[in-house]
Ligand binder design. Structure first.
Ligand SMILES: Cc1cc2nc3c(=O)[nH]c(=O)nc-3n(C[C@H](O)[C@H](O)[C@H](O)COP(=O)(O)O)c2cc1C
Ligand code: SF4
Length: 390
């Protein structure tokens, strides 16, 4: 897949330095705020942090908020099976910083922040110093360490961390953009930096997304492709499946299980019937000998442990969902199973201060659909994946 990509993409070779960046991409053209919003709109650029929201709408809302804007590049990447943002920040930090500079211009921001894992901060500090010496950025960028936790990249948690209150999600009834705060994923910003140089038309025909492909593949890696790429090509770009596959998790721990159909296009529309979406580009191949219920039980257990402890659906609901999945995985039948998983999932959806319960519920519901035959077999004491008794 990589071979069909144009040269102006995110993951071409690069040492991360400013000289390399400028010789490869040149300086940003001079653009005003409305031109930047127009480019994001015409390019149909959507967020790469998971939600897939049109960037230009957020830019326009923050610019119109009537308060001094704050722009934040979100490189937290709390998702354990994602590695694309770390790779991007290591290989192409200046595209991210160009994008941050552009959204600051578009919103009239008075403060710009880059939020990233602590291990990346020393290199990023050097990148900022190099830009300062070259006179690139008018607005200084503040670096903040993102704690290593699943919810630390949720946008209200990001804003809270930047404000020094800790990376804990806040009340979602207050829309962040209305407070003049823009949080964009680092990959979204890097795409904007390319669009500013090559145009919206170029992005519509050649723009890409980053996918982190892992599981039963020969070379777990970050792959760059275009939306619509067949699932099999993404897996092929990571060296191909190492064995027959049972299913594929698309969109990460808040995503959904889809059939291991190599022809399935990776688009919102094609994935929607399975309760999945491209999200932040996570693809995990589940080998045929592994049980989807056991995998989902492990992930749900992890997610139940990653809560900020503020809201009922997380504190009470997620551990109960995890317990239900554990019973299903172990084949411990009891009255109410398996309907209980779906009932609890519906109960927590939309009830938290952030979307952590919704994402967890989505994963569980997709597992109930994708592994329906496994559920029936487990309740009869048999596992289809291992072929043995439970
Ligand atoms: C529990 C949870 C965790 C999240 N973690 C991240 C993350 O690590 N990085 C990220 O960019 N977005 C994350 N998001 C999405 C952000 O809330 C937000 O939508 C995103 O940063 C906006 O940028 P985008 O529009 O460019 O995608 C998370 C959302 C939820 C509900
Ligand atoms: S919904 Fe869960 S993760 Fe989100 S703020 Fe509430 S307790 Fe924390």
């Amino acid at each position: 897949m990589n071979s069909v990509l144009a040269a102006q993409t995110l993951l071409t070779a690069g040492d991360g330095g400013l000289d390399d960046h400028l010789s490869r991409y040149g300086r940003l053209p001079s653009l005003d705020g409305s031109q930047i919003v127009g480019l994001a709109r015409d390019a149909e650029l959507t967020g790469r942090g998971g939600g897939g929201f049109p960037m230009w709408r957020k830019l326009a809302a923050v610019a119109a908020a009537g308060t001094p804007a704050v722009v934040i590049a979100n490189g937290a990447e709390g998702e354990p099976v994602s590695g694309k943002d770390r790779l991007l920040l290591t290989r192409k930090p200046h595209l991210v910083l160009d994008g941050l500079h552009l959204v600051a211009l578009a919103t009239g921001a008075r403060a710009a922040h880059l939020y990233a894992p602590a291990a990346l901060l020393p290199r990023l500090r050097e990148s900022l110093a190099a830009r300062g010496r070259a006179g690139l950025d008018k607005l200084p960028v503040t670096l903040t360490a993102a704690p290593d936790a699943f919810v630390s990249g949720e946008e209200s948690a990001v804003a809270s961390a930047i404000a020094g209150r800790g990376a804990v999600p806040a009340d979602k009834r207050v829309r962040l953009v209305e407070t003049g705060t823009l949080v964009q994923n680092v990959e979204t910003l890097a795409h904007l930096a390319l669009i500013a140089r090559y145009g919206a038309g170029w992005f519509l025909s050649s723009g890409t997304f980053l996918a982190t492909v892992s599981g039963a593949v020969a070379r777990p890696s970050v792959v760059e492709a275009r939306y619509g790429v067949p699932l099999g090509d993404l897996i092929g770009a990571a060296g191909g499946a190492t064995e027959n596959l049972r299913a594929v998790l698309v969109g990460g721990y808040h995503g959904g299980w889809v059939p291991a159909d190599p022809a399935l296009p990776v688009t919102r529309e094609a994935l929607a019937p399975f309760g999945a979406a491209p999200g932040a580009g996570v693809v995990v191949a589940l080998p045929a000998h592994a049980c989807g219920l056991v995998e989902t039980a492990k992930i749900t257990q992890y997610l139940a442990g990653q809560v900020a402890g503020q809201c009922g659906p997380c504190v009470n609901g997620l551990p109960r969902i995890a317990g239900t999945l554990a019973d299903l995985a172990a084949g411990r039948p009891r009255p109410g199973l398996p309907g209980e998983a779906a009932r609890l999932a519906a109960l927590v959806t939309g009830r938290g201060a952030c979307r952590h319960p919704d994402g967890t519920a989505r994963l569980v519901l997709s597992a109930m659909r994708a592994f329906e035959a496994d559920v029936a077999a487990h309740l009869n004491g048999r596992c289809l994946a291992t072929g043995g008794r439970l």
